[in-house]
Design a protein around this ligand. Structure first.
Ligand code: NAP
Length: 493
């Protein structure tokens, strides 16, 4: 197989034009890796006016990454200057912007211009942007993110509220928060981070919980000046830390969640329960905070300060169901009106959108909407049958959740490049997964998903409309293995 996937530097003879959609973490990566492969005719379209994706869009108080900083960073661009084990969002945003500059991404950016349609016709992708720009490409890499379409809750009366209300991913920095009465709807990772950051700033904090969450404790230690100097002056030390964190993470978490019977999963559960019982002493509050499903069934929330925050005198956990939103606040089904100045909808994302609303049309006029009528699928998350020379980073059903999506995207990009090199070398003109390969992969994936913790009795954004986890259900090493080299039998090429 290896000699079927040539190295472009040896045999490349066709110059390719590549369009990248999105300049978040994955789009930046795509441009860098394409350039390394000798492909320089690249345009990276970004609807916003800055790079950064998630880390540009999410500016809510307390935003951070609960994957260790030195794992949530590119392997080729270690950052000795991260101040903490788990970085605050603004450090990650600054890091991504710096990498984009240092690695030559900036000249390829077309900012403030959203791709609205992509039509494939005989080897060429015709792209059109919201500003009416048209351009043709041989290859398109969709790096448009996963959690980026805010999910607005269906609650009666949302238009009646007279205070300020916004989704967590659309934080309105002009709305004063300090000394005010703030309500947050939701108890996912976002709401938990907001809770820790806001409770000491506001007059009254109300957290509207529909479902309690298990909370994994986190020790977000600061790296001292000396440690950071060591990372800077002795890069191998940083590499060792990264390697250690990566394998600890894979063994202790990623491999545990895909095996609901694993001992390690029980240990995760014990750790979360002990965290709750140690930090919440009031039995009644504890009862209301204790989930009745298994830890990591929903995406595990990681926090150093949530339990302390929710027990502050000005904080209130509201577990009565929300009946409606009114002019002055939120009314629950007990009849009580919680008067509020600000409502934050930390209600998550439409996770099945991916590149949409961009209209994508593949072979024979088949649209992505049609191909994904029963839900988004792709062979190994990367290639969609009948959509040749279109490849996805962090596409459907890949490793999501408590993973470093940077690590995931790097493995996918190396895989995609091997296919792109075939095009570059003139060995193929059209590459896309076969329908049979995708169906077989999907069947195996769905079967394997039955052994994961995600199907053990909770509702979460991992589950698709059929209740099947839209995620990679095998150990992470298997993902690494399949991403090492494309199986060309699975492709039209
Ligand atoms: P989420 O995990 O989907 O949580 C949404 C929350 O809103 C849930 O508690 C949900 O309750 C609640 N909710 C939704 N609609 C509601 C309604 N109509 N009434 C009452 N409650 C409602 O969203 P998220 O917290 O934004 O997190 C999404 C994902 O982003 C995370 O799982 C994670 O992968 C990623 N993230 C990562 C980090 C990080 O540090 N790496 C930080 C933030 C987010 P139910 O549970 O009852 O559905």
């Amino acid at each position: 197989m290896a000699d079927a996937v040539p190295d472009s530097r040896l045999v490349g003879d066709r110059s390719l034009r590549v369009g990248v959609i999105g300049a978040g973490m994955a789009g930046i990566l795509a441009v860098i890796k394409l350039r390394e492969a000798g492909i320089t005719d690249i345009v990276c379209f970004e609807k916003a006016d800055r790079v950064g994706g998630t880390w540009r869009e999410n500016t809510y108080p307390g935003i951070g990454c609960d994957v260790p900083s030195h794992v949530y960073s590119y392997s080729f661009a270690p950052n000795p200057d991260f101040t903490r084990m788990f970085s605050p969002g603004h450090e990650i945003q600054a890091y991504l912007e710096r990498v984009a500059v240092d690695h030559g991404v900036v000249p390829h950016l077309r900012l403030g211009d959203e791709v609205v349609s992509a039509i494939y016709d005989r080897g060429v992708w015709h792209l059109e942007t919201a500003r009416g720009h048209r351009a043709d490409f041989d290859v398109v890499i969709a790096a448009s993110g996963v959690l980026h379409h805010p999910r607005m809750p269906e609650i009666d009366g949302v238009d009646e509220f007279e205070g300020a209300m916004f989704h967590s991913a659309r934080w309105d920095q002009d709305v004063p928060i300090d000394g005010r009465r703030v309500g947050v709807i939701g108890t996912g990772s976002t709401a938990v981070q907001i809770t820790g950051a806001l409770v000491d700033r506001v007059e009254h904090f109300s957290l509207f919980q529909r479902t309690p969450q298990w909370i994994m404790p986190m020790d977000n230690k600061l790296f001292s000046d000396d440690q950071r100097a060591t990372f800077r002056n002795e890069p191998h030390r940083l590499r060792e830390l990264r390697d250690f964190l990566e394998s600890a993470f894979a063994e202790n978490f990623a491999d545990a969640v895909v095996d609901a019977k694993s001992e390690r999963l029980e240990q995760i559960e014990d750790t979360c329960r002990a965290n709750l019982y140690q930090h919440v002493t009031d039995p009644e509050l504890r009862r209301r905070l204790e989930p009745d499903y298994r830890a990591a069934c929903k995406r595990l929330v990681v926090s150093a300060d949530f339990y302390d925050a929710i027990q502050k005198p000005n904080a209130e956990l509201v577990t009565a169901a929300i009946s409606r939103i009114e002019r002055r606040g939120i009314r629950t089904d007990t009849g009580r009106l919680h008067e509020l100045d600000v409502i934050v909808l930390a209600t998550g994302f439409e996770v099945d959108r991916f590149m949409r609303p961009t209209v994508i049309t593949g072979l024979d006029g088949r649209t992505l909407e049609e191909a994904w009528a029963d839900g988004p699928t792709a062979y190994l998350s990367v290639s969609i049958p009948e959509f040749p020379n279109l490849f996805m980073l962090n596409g459907p059903n890949g490793p999501v959740g408590n993973f470093s999506l940077i690590q995931v995207a790097e493995l996918q990009m190396d895989y995609i490049l091997q296919l792109v090199r075939r095009l570059q070398a003139g060995l193929s003109t059209e590459i896309h997964a076969t329908e049979a390969a995708m169906r077989e992969h999907e069947a195996r994936r769905i079967e394997a998903a039955q052994a994961t913790v995600w199907v053990t009795g909770c509702n979460s954004w991992y589950l698709d409309a059929r209740g099947v986890p839209a995620a990679w259900p095998w150990p992470f090493r298997r993902f690494r293995e399949v991403m090492a080299e494309p199986d060309l039998d699975a492709y039209h090429h």
